[in-house]
Design a protein around this ligand. Structure first.
Ligand code: NI
Length: 199
């Protein structure tokens, strides 16, 4: 039993502030709000076996010791994919020498059209360190599933197709585990700041 009811008021204000703080923190963890998203141990990512733009078979293990900055997209994407890859390129440029610790990787969601040769021509526009990965339809489906990527074909007029897809930048640690992930709307400055604080 409290002797003085008035003494309860600052305590209640503190509790309200703490709850508010937790809610604010939680809201920052919701993807798609254009905010930085951080998780501890989320079940996102995992081993993959794919083919790079030079035709070489590579796995996630080939990147151990470096960070992987992974984006799932496709070279025929008219807008969001090239914009997001350009944001990654600009952020890495801002890192200077430290960018060598990071492998920027595009994993295609359109393996039918994104052959190694197509990816080779495409990724070099974003910088010499960019890696383009493709594979069989099954290999791509498997890696999409591990990263919780949504990607479906959308027929276009004239018999062509586009891809409807989720658009997230994943930062994976030197151990291959998820460090953080970012909404496509992040700015090059914010992404650079994030990378500086995380790598
Ligand atoms: Ni796209």
């Amino acid at each position: 039993m409290l002797r003085n009811r008035q003494a309860l008021i600052p305590y209640l204000l503190l509790v309200a502030a703490l709850i508010g703080g937790v809610l604010w923190y939680e809201s920052n963890k919701v993807p798609g709000l254009g905010r930085v998203v951080t998780t501890g141990q989320a079940d996102v990512g995992g081993p993959f076996q794919l083919t790079d733009q030079s035709g070489k078979r590579v796995s996630d293990k080939d990147f151990r010791g470096r960070y992987m900055l992974i984006y799932f997209g496709y070279s025929f994407c008219p807008d969001v994919c090239p914009t997001t890859l350009a944001v990654m390129a600009q952020a890495l440029e801002k890192l200077g020498d430290r960018s060598r610790q990071v492998a920027p990787i595009l994993i295609t969601i359109d393996p039918e059209r994104d052959t190694p040769k197509v990816l080779e021509d495409y990724v070099k526009a974003f910088g010499p360190s960019f890696v383009g990965l493709t594979g069989s339809a099954d290999e791509i489906k498997a890696v999409e599933k591990k990263y919780r990527v949504y990607a479906v074909k959308k027929p276009l007029e004239g018999g062509n197709y586009g891809m409807d897809h989720s658009s997230v930048i994943y930062l994976m640690g030197p151990d291959g585990k998820l460090v953080s992930f970012y909404d496509e709307a992040i700015s090059p400055d914010d992404l650079a700041k994030e990378l500086k604080s995380k790598i």
